[in-house]
Ligand binder design. Structure first.
Ligand SMILES: [Zn+2]
Length: 212
């Protein structure tokens, strides 16, 4: 059995009900001290669906927000919290499903499911860890594509670097008219480690070439 209580704390409502575990067939135990608020209920349901999708998917917050407000009435849109508030709620719920931030890189241990790609055919990410400073993440097939390419395109992004790192360094190759990212490196240094990381990549690529 599940007990339910009214969320209108501001009205000092003590209404409660209970259901079975499904939950279905609610039985009212104590009645509300206020009139029904269908618009508020609509907004609460919309925000709950945003939170569920935030946890269940990797969709961008803007898309989750846009998809969920489509069916809202104008009255509900009028009292829905701002876009920024909804996006913060989505991000906050999403952080709960991520591993806790390590105190230091020495305590950084990446465990499943974060060691695998998404999708139905999940592949394990081969990691290349050259010590306490840099971590590289790539798929083995991607490394082979990189080894076969004539040109590499490299791009460093500082804003997207996770905590404890200063840079997300991405290596791309051309595929038709576009470039695709193949290897991701998390760097703790903006400049000096770059050449060292490039050297490590080169070594890995040589190993792949020898194996093929
Ligand atoms: Zn109530």
């Amino acid at each position: 059995m599940i007990m339910w209580r009214c969320t209108c704390a501001s009205k000092h409502c003590l209404a409660s009900a209970y259901t079975d575990l499904l939950p279905a067939n609610p039985v009212l135990k104590t009645d509300h001290n206020h009139c029904p608020e269908p618009v508020k209920l609509e907004v609460d349901r919309c925000r709950a669906e945003m939170r569920i999708r935030a946890v269940a998917s990797n969709d961008p917050p803007a898309r989750i927000y846009a998809d969920n407000i489509t069916a809202l009435t104008d009255a509900a849109k009028a009292i829905l919290p701002s876009v920024d508030t909804c996006n913060r709620t989505i991000a906050r719920n999403r952080t709960h499903k991520y591993p806790a931030e390590p105190a230091s890189l020495a305590n950084l241990h990446i465990v499943p499911p974060w060691t695998h790609t998404l999708g139905q055919q999940q592949e394990e990410f081969p990691f290349f860890d050259n010590g306490p400073q840099n971590h590289c993440l790539r798929k083995e097939n991607n490394l082979r594509r990189l080894a076969a390419a004539d040109k590499w395109y490299m791009d460093g992004n500082f804003a997207m670097a996770p905590p404890k790192f200063l840079q997300l360094y991405v290596m791309h190759v051309s595929l038709g008219q576009v470039t695709i990212p193949l290897v991701y490196a998390f760097l703790q240094n903006k400049t000096s480690n770059m050449s060292r990381t490039g050297h490590c990549y080169t070594e890995s690529l040589c190993n792949v070439r020898c194996a093929t």
